[in-house]
Design a protein around this ligand. Structure first.
Ligand code: AZC
Length: 831
């Protein structure tokens, strides 16, 4: 029965997605006129972008609404991806491509007197993440929607995303806030001011009979939902990313957030609004800061309240909770979901402790993203007790029964109990979040084969022995081919579609189809087209560098790219030392010898955590080495270096399609997976790398003759580090070529040598990341690259074969593995 009013009147008012050019232009003009209150004669590119974006938003809302209603009616089991970071980048282009409306919009926008490319450039990146972990979450959302899986993301709506990076004339990284929402309304989100929850902090927790407790007092803040629409590729399914914003519960709030000084601004206010004001800019480290813990609890509490409310709407007993809900923890950041769900079940729903624990451990899943010890989260017990008194009780209770079970299985093994306890002894005691995540989860996984093996044999070894191997598995990461091929490399995408003779929606959702490109490696005409596209992508990047930095790039050179967060383990330092080595060699050559050298342009981009001194020195060295090398008339046709400031998803979209080679050169055993390695290879760039993370599986897929491997292997690393500690050999002896480079830097070749001493000393003493061990073989690999590049036709074949074999690395494959083997959810198509 129709709910109210006259059904036919309602039906007449309903609209559907605009798919033809006239209705698209009409909709854009309507938005110019009403939403923006402007007219043709005073409309600039920004206004035109806003109007076009609002028009696309209307379409997304229609699909999003139908999707949510469909899911609500069908009550499928759903999965929730809890991530403190979603590094979405821009939305406009991606939405148009997924809707299949890019051509129509381009035509309409042209008719209105604007240029599509200029409008695309108006959008600011949504940069609510640091690096790989946050971008992976974004790829997984795209794949969930594209594969029609009922998956929601839950995160925080930071007012300030990852800082903007400026580089001073001396080469120093400076940070500025990223007020990404300042430009007015964000067309890609729906404020849900009606969806709010109260979240408590501090106060007291009094135990009641029967295992329950009463938590009261303290501070209460409001969580307000903002829904971000996530369109699938060529499907109506449009999933939801729900981001929480904090608000004071009543009255107004004096927000003392100071947008200038990062380190202090992040900690400056205890107000409710401060909780979601800023993304912590650290990759792989935590400092035990109260505000960060507040963020984690605020977000998990609001998300769980929302999930439980939705479950209660279907009126099933809580014993069936795991049949309707799967919760994926993206690293340990949302681990408080485990004690929080226990608190809801035990204290609020009055479910006995043991039953509640069964529900939790059948609902929650945990993905680990790093084995680096400094990245393993621990929270001081006094801080937890103060901020979350009830959760600390629950953690102690979980720990008690857990350790009793361990004791039963391994009687008298005191060391084991100490190693496995959720609480680390010390001053202060600390809660080990990875242990809690592990025992509270149904499955635990790493993000590439090698990494998952390291998780099982190092950081969670005791837990494997206790709980059995079957709980611990692997899901190798993936990337979405929509953004990382179709969107960023439209010409290559078009060539593939033409060659495979299928609609692009087919191969974009079944990336193994790329295999059909293999025979074309033997086709000279195809190779020519392939190479011409790479060349035009180089020119596009050169144009970008020219217009943003005013620098000219030699597009006849090989493009060599390393773009990622600055970190000692990722070894950008090894790369710049290799560049300097190359420069010194070029300087010694005769003019005739130089004629034989293959010209190379080296690009770096990436941000360092604001407090990471050594990483910032590496940036400084790159910038100053670039300044000297690029100015040298003897060599500048053969070698130039660029550090592109303010790395972002959008910058990656220009850099990746242009690369001939890219570098993924972490010390073996340190990079869990890497995902940009997959993006480069998908776009036909060859990989230079160590035998680490997903590099290994990429080489298996594309063939080892198509990658350039170097360096020591993971099993050797521990011994080498031991030797550095106890039987150190001076760099001059061990690696004269490297010693020469270090001396040149110290002697002031790239400006004040003193400045770099702390960085150089990390290599001369201790050398934890094994630069002295890997330098010669690194240079050897780069020489192999030069040799291989001489045979242009063979190089293009390698490039084609690489792309053709990258099907496995689609995030569709990865998300379907999560859906099938972990979450037990199924696709549900919106009609
Ligand atoms: C990263 C890993 O360093 C990277 O190798 C991996 O590809 C990525 O996650 C996605 O799985 N980790 C992080 O960004 N952060 C932490 C805390 O691990």
């Amino acid at each position: 029965k129709w709910p109210r009013g006259d059904e036919s009147v309602w039906k007449q008012g309903l609209r559907s997605v605009n798919t033809d050019v006239p209705s698209i232009t009409k909709s854009i003009v309507n938005h110019v006129q009403t939403s923006l209150a402007r007219q043709a004669y005073n409309l600039d590119d920004l206004g035109a972008y806003q109007a076009a974006a609002l028009s696309v938003r209307d379409d997304l809302i229609l699909n999003w609404n139908d999707t949510q209603i469909h899911y609500t009616q069908k009550t499928p089991k759903r999965a929730y991806y809890l991530s403190l970071e979603f590094l979405m980048g821009r939305t406009f282009d991606n939405a148009l491509l997924n809707l299949g409306l890019k051509d129509q919009y381009r035509e309409g926008i042209t008719k209105l007197g604007f240029n599509m490319e200029d409008l695309l450039e108006q959008e600011r990146d949504a940069a609510l993440g640091n690096g790989g972990l946050g971008r992976l979450a974004a790829c997984y959302l795209d794949s969930s929607a594209s594969q029609e899986l009922p998956v929601w993301g839950y995160g925080l709506r930071y007012q300030y995303g990852i800082f903007q990076q400026l580089i001073s004339p001396e080469g120093q990284q400076l940070e500025q806030p990223d007020p990404w929402l300042a430009g007015g309304e964000n067309p890609w989100e729906l404020p849900r001011l009606d969806v709010t929850y109260e979240v408590r902090f501090y106060g007291t927790a009094d135990r009641l009979p029967g295992g329950r407790a009463l938590w009261q007092g303290g501070q209460e803040v409001l969580a307000v939902a903002y829904d971000v629409m996530v369109p699938g590729c060529y499907t109506k399914n449009t999933n939801n990313l729900r981001l929480w914003e904090s608000k004071p519960k009543r009255g107004f709030d004096l927000n003392s957030f100071n947008a200038g000084d990062y380190e202090h601004a992040v900690e400056s206010s205890n107000s409710a609004a401060a909780i979601t004001s800023v993304l912590y800019p650290n990759d792989h480290t935590t400092f035990g800061k109260e505000l960060r813990l507040k963020q984690q609890y605020f977000w998990t509490a609001a998300s769980l309240a929302d999930i439980v409310r939705r479950f209660k709407n279907i009126a099933k007993p809580f014993s069936e909770f795991p049949d309707y809900v799967a919760i994926q923890l993206n690293d340990t950041h949302p681990t408080l979901a485990i004690p929080e769900l226990m608190r809801i079940l035990v204290d609020e729903e009055e479910i006995p402790w043991g039953k509640a624990w069964d529900i939790v451990t059948n609902t929650v899943f945990y993905t680990n993203h790093t084995v680096l010890p400094e990245a393993l989260e621990k929270w001081p017990v006094p801080l937890m007790e103060h901020l979350l008194p009830r959760h600390m009780q629950i953690i102690y209770d979980i720990n008690l029964s857990f350790l009793q079970a361990v004791e039963k299985k391994f009687p008298g093994d005191r060391d084991r109990l100490a190693r496995m306890s959720l609480i680390e002894e010390g001053f202060p005691k600390q809660v080990r979040m990875a242990h809690l995540a592990c025992i509270g989860s149904r499955k635990v996984n790493g993000v590439a084969e090698l990494h998952s093996e390291l998780v099982r044999t190092t950081i969670l070894k005791d837990f494997v022995e206790f709980e059995g191997l079957s709980k611990f598995s692997n899901v190798t990461n993936g990337i979405t081919p929509r953004r990382w091929l179709d969107q960023c490399n439209p010409e290559l995408s078009a060539l593939i579609t033409k060659t495979l003779k299928v609609d692009k929606s087919v191969w974009l959702k079944d990336l193994d189809r790329l295999k059909e490109l293999l025979p074309y490696a033997e086709d000279a005409a195809f190779r020519k087209e392939w190479a011409a596209i790479k060349q035009r992508n180089k020119e596009r990047l050169a144009h970008h560098v020219e217009t943003t930095l005013g620098l000219t790039v030699n597009t006849n050179a090989m493009f060599d790219v390393q773009i990622k967060r600055l970190h000692e383990y990722k070894r950008q330092t090894l790369n710049i030392l290799g560049v300097i080595h190359r420069y010194l060699k070029l300087k010694q050559m005769s003019a005739a010898e130089r004629k034989k050298v293959n010209p190379r342009v080296v690009f770096f981009a990436g941000k360092a955590a604001p407090g990471y001194y050594i990483a910032k020195l590496t940036i400084r060295l790159i910038v100053n080495a670039a300044r000297i090398i690029n100015a040298d008339p003897d060599t500048r046709d053969l070698l130039t270096v660029y550090f592109l400031p303010d790395y972002s998803v959008s910058l990656a979209e220009v850099l990746i399609p242009s690369s001939d080679i890219s570098q993924h050169i972490s010390t073996a055993g340190t990079e869990a997976s890497g995902t940009s390695n997959m993006k480069f290879c998908l776009n036909g760039g060859l990989l230079v790398g160590t035998v680490d993370g997903a590099n290994i599986e990429i080489a298996e897929a594309v063939g080892e003759n198509n990658v350039f491997f170097f360096g020591h292997l993971t099993p050797a690393v521990e011994d080498l580090r031991y030797q550095h500690m106890y039987r150190p050999v001076p760099v001059e002896e061990k690696c004269p070529a490297l010693a020469n480079v270090l001396d040149k830097i110290s002697s002031g070749m790239f400006g004040d040598g003193e400045v770099y001493e702390p960085l150089l000393n990390t290599i001369r003493q201790g050398d934890f990341y094994l630069l002295t061990d890997d330098f010669d073989s690194y240079i050897g690999a780069l020489d192999m690259v030069d040799k291989a590049y001489l045979d242009k036709e063979e190089w293009i074949k390698k490039s084609i074969r690489t792309t053709a074999n990258m099907g496995k690395f689609s995030s569709d494959r990865a998300i379907l593995e999560y859906a099938e083997s972990f979450w037990s959810i199924e696709p549900i198509k919106v009609p």
